[in-house]
Design a binder for this molecule. Sequence first.
Ligand SMILES: Nc1ncnc2c1ncn2[C@@H]1O[C@H](COP(=O)(O)OP(=O)(O)OP(=O)(O)O)[C@@H](O)[C@H]1O
Ligand SMILES: [Mg+2]
Length: 210
Amino acid sequence: MINTKNFLEIISAIAKKIEAEKDFLTELDNEIGDGDHGINLARGFKSVEEKLPTLADKDIGAILKGVGMQLVSTVGGASGPLYGTAFMKAGNVCKGKTELTDEEFVAALDAAINGIKMRGKAVEGEKTMLDALCPAYKVPKDGIDGGKNLIDALTDAVDAAVDGVEYTKTIIATKGRASYLKERSLGHQDPGATSSLYMLQTTLEVLREA
Ligand SMILES: Nc1ncnc2c1ncn2[C@@H]1O[C@H](COP(=O)(O)OP(=O)(O)OP(=O)(O)O)[C@@H](O)[C@H]1O
Ligand SMILES: [Mg+2]
């Protein structure tokens, strides 16, 4: 079971991780984008952290929705609306809940990823955050359906996301600013896939400790 407190801890830990990796994310975006990914995301998550106390007494759905709305209004660029939509869509499926089962947790992850696909009109293999996130949904879904506990399933998901980030180095970008570079985008790691990996890693770390 994952409760409200776990979610508040996850969000706060993600904010700290993004702040810590801000320069690296920006460096990655410098190579194939406009060098703002780390700066934008860190600004957004800082404002999320400041808003968290006002969400502390809310249910999981309302917390995730609040985070999403804050990201949309503070991050900007492509990733603001994309991550914002992801959190809001996850919030929709957790409406009114103060605890989630493992199955409900992966269902929320699925809703988040589908939100990104819809909003970004993108699929796997286009060198975006989806290359980290899509494998990181399939793997825990199969794990939990096969009887694994959430921590083990999420450990496999993080491994799959690491592979997904590596995979972005081998493909040409067809979405976002990086797509303007065509084959020159080859060899570079996608910044959005990297920040998605950080979010998944941080989620796992917090749940492991809980
Ligand atoms: N259509 C899309 N669908 C999914 N993810 C996308 C899409 N477009 C861009 N991204 C992701 O957003 C990341 C860039 O985020 P950033 O915060 O730098 O926004 P940006 O500078 O407006 O980006 P871009 O110029 O790529 O649109 C990329 O690394 C990629 O993972
Ligand atoms: Mg950018």
